[in-house]
Design a binder for this molecule. Structure first.
Ligand code: CTP
Length: 411
């Protein structure tokens, strides 16, 4: 799962490095958000190295990614340790004056806070009131441990042991899920990652290489997966239709960005459906300034280089890990003088190594941007191809049904 680990500005911050290790070794994807004060105790380099993810604590870093909104929205669990008296106060007051408190306001997932401070601070009426407020909102605030504190004093206020915080955090997450209304549908409890739309490859600041993908098929797949109770992460490049409500939306532009987002998301997914139209080539170099017409009449030559094959890489990563998502590819084929579209699709299914390939026959105005389509679903396990003639929603329902059946078959 995706965990946000908020680190407060207390000396116990150093113990949180062990907590982070426990989470990552259990296979969780952890993003650390230290407060400014926390970085005086343990530097961001430590958190980056141990989590394998970039670390920031300012809402003004990577503004284009709107991190103060995105991180909280996408988290499955938020853990704050050490939760200092100041951090508890700011969280109780609903402040959002740094990335961590902003994230806490955005998070709708379970939140656990592990306090650490001096005994007097812990017993102060202000802290007690803040803890009561937070607990009243459903946040798990652990009792601090008792024992030796930073100086010569001892008493209640020590950070609980990392192993205890780990166990309590996982339990808080699991019980919140068990208590939540158990969703129905063939993909209930499953995480489905869908890519959609067409990538854009910059030539210069104003021009790009693009394609005609509208994103409609990807949106229809997201709707169909949501209807079956799945948690859907939708990674979109350029789309002409709005994304449905209820998905975790990730916006990308280029094939390289799509690759990073997809391979990361695939690690946590039960199914990966690659409906995006990925540019096979990109300009070798995007110029920093606009390419102008030259007075000497010499026109520019744009050299293209090949983009990575994301679908193939996802299949390879799954093979290397020994387990992973059911993977579905799409292929738009025209056929040619030597081969029928179905022959090209069979060859592509074998070459890409995915479990299913959805063939759309294109050309002559078919498929791109239209609502109706003819699709054939090919199965790598050898089942007869299934043809679906109808709307993109009907194709999506058929694809999602295959995915659900494959997952049910795995148990
Ligand atoms: N795809 C991908 N990465 C690429 C190109 C395509 O992941 N660089 C995915 C698409 O999302 C789609 C599938 O691969 O699910 C097939 O896309 P297509 O463009 O038809 O495949 P290509 O490998 O580019 O085949 P062709 O030889 O026909 O260009």
């Amino acid at each position: 799962m995706r965990i946000i680990l908020g680190v407060g500005g207390g000396i116990a911050a150093y113990k949180v490095a062990s907590l982070l290790r426990l989470f990552t070794e259990a296979g969780h994807d952890v993003t650390v958000i230290p407060t400014d004060a926390a970085t005086r105790f343990v530097g961001t380099a430590t958190w980056e190295a141990l989590s394998g993810n970039p670390v920031s604590n300012s809402v003004f870093d990577d503004v284009d990614k709107v991190n103060h909104v995105r991180l909280g929205q996408h988290a499955d669990l938020v853990v704050v340790a050490p939760a200092t008296a100041d951090l508890l106060a700011r969280a109780a007051a609903g402040m959002a004056n740094d990335l961590l408190t902003g994230t806490l306001l955005m998070a709708s997932c379970p939140v656990l806070m592990a306090p650490a401070m001096h005994t007097e601070m812990w017993h102060h009426h202000a802290t007690a009131a803040n803890v009561a407020t937070l607990r009243g909102r459903g946040i798990t605030v652990l009792e601090p441990a008792s024992g030796r504190l930073t100086g010569t004093d001892s008493g209640a206020g020590r950070l609980p042991e990392p192993a205890d915080i780990f166990t309590a955090a996982i339990a808080a997450h699991d019980s919140a899920h068990a208590a939540a209304e158990s969703p129905r549908g063939s993909l209930a409890g499953r995480r489905v990652v869908i890519t959609a739309g067409g990538t854009r490859e910059p030539i210069d600041p104003v021009r790009y290489l693009g394609n005609r993908s509208s994103g409609k098929q990807g949106m229809a797949l997201a709707v169909a997966a949501l209807a079956e109770g799945a948690t859907v992460e939708l990674i979109v490049a350029q789309i002409e239709v709005p994304a449905p409500d209820g998905v975790e939306l990730v916006q990308v532009e280029t094939a390289e960005e799509l690759r990073t987002a997809t391979l990361r998301a695939a690690k946590q997914a039960d199914a990966l459906i690659m409906a995006a139209a990925v540019a096979d080539f990109r300009p070798a170099q995007a110029t920093l300034t606009k390419i102008k017409k030259r007075a000497d009449g010499v026109d520019p030559v744009i050299t293209l280089v090949r983009n990575p094959d994301i679908l193939r890489e996802a299949v390879e990563h799954r093979a290397a890990a020994g387990a992973g998502p059911v993977i579905v590819g799409f292929a738009a084929e025209t056929g040619d003088l030597t081969a029928h579209p179905l022959d090209h699709a069979r060859e592509k299914l074998a070459r890409k190594g995915c479990d299913y390939l959805v063939l759309n026959q294109v050309g002559g105005g078919k498929v791109f941007g239209l609502d109706d389509t003819i699709a054939t679903i090919l199965d790598a396990a050898g089942a007869e191809p299934v043809e679906v003639i109808g709307t993109k929603a009907e194709v999506a329902t058929a694809v999602v049904a295959r995915v659900a059946a494959a997952l049910a078959g795995r148990g």
